[in-house]
Design a protein. Structure first.
Lengths: 372, 454
């Protein structure tokens, strides 16, 4: 019975794939897919930025409004455009839908407005913020923000709060994406923090300063798009771009934990442990707090190899992978003559270790690379 | 005298109580609906009547009811939105306080039409004394067999519950209201799914305003065909207007939607003219969130026609030269009122009431308030006016719920129509602290529209 019904479903899916056009690029997706996920299927620049949506958290999204897009044609059946810009993370596609993201000046203008609103009360303390280098708000404002603010008033501030031994809450930086609330709801046994207050006075807080203490609560640090929730065991220890991320795993006793992590190391020292994140900054699978906070020795882990980091990330600075070497036009210009080597440093000195090719090192170069 | 449908018996002493209400023709509509019309008959009458939602948006009620999903084995709910918190609007309060049985009867008929066996009245927390009145009326109706199990032997069951809100404006938005009713934080939900499909406890739900549900009673009494003869065009029936501001007779008036705005303000039957014989400067015809209009645009449309108290006529000209009937909170301002101050008051309100869920509204409302505060207290710059315009433009339409729009529209309209007053405030910071801009040219007759090119 079961194989037949699965086949039926598969058949139905094959028939019912929806054709969607995003910025004039066609893609076929299953019914029920959101515009954002359809755009992610295409990839590249047409993917709207998302600050609050998190594909692993049910019910998230729709709040930050950075992913607004214009639906210029509703569907084949009803071609009317949607009257307002819609949140692409929560709007499902229809067959024949046409969406404009970066091709619509209206969308770009609205997005610029949203970024301005998000930065209005943000302290912009990136130089001392632990999230810097892997902060979504930093990326967002770099791509869509204005170069200066028009806000002339005092920014809203909060005191820093210790949520237990491991998590620090810096509410001033929060953009109220609600991701940590959904994480606690869906991953832990009991949510002990939430949103208090309303309007621009609303804040993430616990009920009468409780500490967050649960096996999976550390994941709120990973899902936080900004530096509002940071790892107390890592705070101010290092900048992320000085660390070398490596994939590692261990056999975690907790059945809900996948045990697959990224260790952020310098030499043999493990500075912090995080879950593995994809190119949209979303974790691939959640990890437990034991893995995250208590296993800070390299011997606790089986190291798989260097973590691939997106080329445009500051974490991979000074380290080039998959680059295409441009064609050298010199020989052509010199009518086929080879350039003459005047002075080869390597024949004079061994200081620079010609046997080590810097471009072959994954991650930032480290003294260990030269100890081989 | 205009004809009345809702408040025609409001003056009768003791109409609050069941016996008086019943002996004055009360529950006749319920009897007719339950015993002769049937659910489809009621829906048909409401559709025929052209009744439009009285809460602000003016969406056709019959259409809304026909959207409700009817899956097997899932309960349906009717929710009465009595969270009347729009500044300037107080019509529902009057209705619930003086003729609660009219609402109960309306709820009974509507629930019957929708097939809902539970009905909730979500009432704003500040109306502290009204839940008692409603609960007393519900108990009376239950006693007489109009609520509870097997109503009047028809086999239809209905329970009405009164739930008090905690005093948040945002809970007047239907999905926030449903969240609040479920015991959660009153944050609006992201639509779709719409409440008609997944509302209260994930079941199909209809949320209607108090006045809308009460208006169902006269519709059933006189029939949809008769109801449509009241009012003009698509604005059928009567509307409760809560008039306030600088007028001689503030209060709740039931108007038939066929009178002009001028008649409403100046006739003795309604507002009785501007207080102290001052001149009219501006008016907000539908509660704080609709655009403010200067006197000249209020009485005549840009086309030179007389502006009527109807959904269509008040919206004539779009937001460029028109406004909205909204929830019927009619706020009149005389020549001594300061538009900047008034706009600041509204901006402060929306800043305070923003739920903080989505970023444009959370951050933008506070920003607008602060900029307006600067202008009002003589610290403004000329660029602030353009800044305000830009902020409201970036809030409007980009938020989850209509509160963002409601916060943006008053600011937009004030700048659109009263820009010189803002500029005067900025240019004369000292003077603006001691006197008002006055009427200026806001009541001057509009230039006649250019004749159409032949």
């Amino acid at each position: 019975m079961l194989p037949a019904s699965t086949k039926d479903i598969k058949m139905a899916e094959e028939i019912k794939l929806f054709k969607v056009k995003i910025d004039n690029i066609s893609v076929e997706v299953e019914p029920g897919t959101t515009i954002l996920n359809a755009a992610r299927k295409i990839g590249g620049e047409v993917v709207p930025p998302a600050m609050c949506y998190y594909s692993k958290l049910q019910g998230s999204g729709g709040k930050c409004r950075t992913c607004l897009v214009k639906v210029s044609k509703g569907s084949d059946a009803d071609p009317r455009p949607m009257p307002k810009l819609v949140a692409s993370c929560r709007t499902t596609v229809m067959d024949g839908m046409e969406v404009a993201n970066i091709t619509s000046p209206e969308v770009l203008d609205a997005r610029k407005g949203v970024v301005e609103f998000l930065l209005l009360n943000h302290p912009l303390d990136c130089p001392v913020c632990d999230q810097a280098g892997e902060c979504h708000l930093q990326d967002l404002s770099y791509e869509h923000g204005a170069d200066s603010t028009r806000y002339e008033f005092k920014r809203r501030t909060f005191d820093k709060v210790d949520l237990g031994d491991h998590i620090k809450l810096h509410m001033t930086r929060c953009i109220l994406c609600y991701r940590c609330v959904y994480t606690a709801d869906q991953l832990t046994e009991k949510r002990e923090h939430g949103i208090l207050g309303r309007g621009d006075a609303s804040e993430i807080s616990t009920y009468i300063s409780q500490s967050l203490d649960n096996d999976f609560i550390g994941n709120v640090i990973d899902v936080c798009p900004v530096g509002a929730l940071t790892d107390q065991t890592f705070r101010f220890k290092n900048r992320v771009w000085f660390l070398k991320p490596v994939d590692a795993h261990r056999n975690c006793e907790n059945p809900k934990c996948c045990g697959k992590t990224v260790l952020w190391m310098r030499g043999d020292e493990v500075f912090r442990v995080t879950a593995r994140k994809d190119k949209y900054g979303e974790v691939e699978a959640f990890i437990c707090d034991t893995c995250r906070f208590d296993k800070k020795e390299a011997k606790d882990w089986i190291i798989e190899g260097p973590r691939k980091i997106e080329r445009n990330s500051v974490i991979s600075q000074g380290h080039y992978v998959n680059t295409v070497k441009p064609k050298d036009p010199l020989v052509e210009v010199l009518d086929g003559r080879q350039p003459r080597l005047v002075f080869n440093i390597h024949s004079e000195s061994q200081v620079n270790r010609p046997d080590i090719d810097l471009s072959q090192i994954n991650g930032p170069a480290h003294s260990d690379d030269f100890k081989k | 005298m205009g004809r009345k449908l809702l408040l025609d018996k409001a003056h009768i002493e003791g109409i609050r109580y069941y016996d008086t209400y019943r002996s004055n023709g009360g529950y006749a509509a319920a009897e007719k609906a339950l015993k002769t019309l049937g659910p489809d008959g009621v829906l048909e009458e409401v559709k025929k009547s052209g009744l439009r939602g009285r809460g602000g948006a003016g969406f056709p009620t019959g259409l809304k009811w026909s959207f409700i999903a009817k899956p097997e084995g899932v309960p349906r709910y009717l929710v009465c939105n009595a969270d009347e918190s729009e500044p300037g609007t107080f019509k529902d309060r009057y209705l619930m306080e003086f003729i609660p049985h009219l609402l109960i009867e309306g709820l009974l008929i509507s629930s019957f039409a929708l097939g809902a066996n539970s009905c909730y009245i979500y009432i704003r927390g500040e109306y502290a004394w009204i839940p008692d009145i409603l609960e007393q009326a519900i108990a009376e109706a239950k006693n007489k067999g109009w609520l509870g199990k097997n109503i009047q032997g028809t086999g239809f069951d209905l329970e009405i519950y009164v739930q008090r809100g905690a005093g948040a404006y945002i809970c007047g938005e239907e999905t926030a209201l449903i969240e609040s009713l479920e015991g959660k934080r009153g944050n609006p939900r992201i639509k779709p799914p719409f409440p008609a499909v997944k509302g209260l406890w994930q079941s199909p739900t209809v949320v209607n305003n108090v006045e809308t549900l009460a208006a169902v009673v006269p519709i059933i009494n006189i029939g949809g065909d008769e109801y449509i003869k009241f009012g003009t065009g698509k604005s059928t029936g009567t509307k409760l207007i809560s008039a306030c501001g600088n007028i001689n007779k503030p209060g709740v008036y039931e108007i038939e939607m066929n009178i002009s705005v001028e008649e409403f303000i100046y006739s003795d039957e309604y507002c009785g003219g501007i207080k102290n014989n001052k001149r009219l400067k501006a008016c907000i015809p539908g509660g704080s969130s609709v655009p403010v209009l200067p006197a000249n645009l209020l009485l005549k449309t840009a086309k030179g026609e007389t502006r009527m108290m109807t959904y269509e006529s008040l919206a004539d000209g779009g937001f460029a030269t028109g406004s909205m009937l909204g929830s019927g909170g009619f706020i009149v301002m005389d020549e001594d009122q300061c538009i900047v101050r008034n706009t600041l008051t509204f901006a402060r309100f929306y800043h305070h009431e923003s739920c903080g869920q989505c970023s444009p509204c959370r951050e933008g409302t506070g920003w607008m308030k602060k900029v307006l505060q600067n202008i009002e207290y003589g610290k403004g710059k000329m660029s602030d006016i353009d800044l305000l315009w830009d902020i409201q433009r970036k809030i409007e339409g980009n938020t989850i719920c209509p509160l963002g729009d409601a916060a943006a529209w008053p600011v937009a309209a004030a700048i659109r129509h009263f820009r010189d007053e803002f500029e005067w405030h900025v240019a004369n910071p000292q003077e603006s602290q001691t006197r008002n801009f006055g009427l200026a040219h806001y009541a001057d007759p509009l230039p006649a529209p250019a004749p159409a090119a032949v």
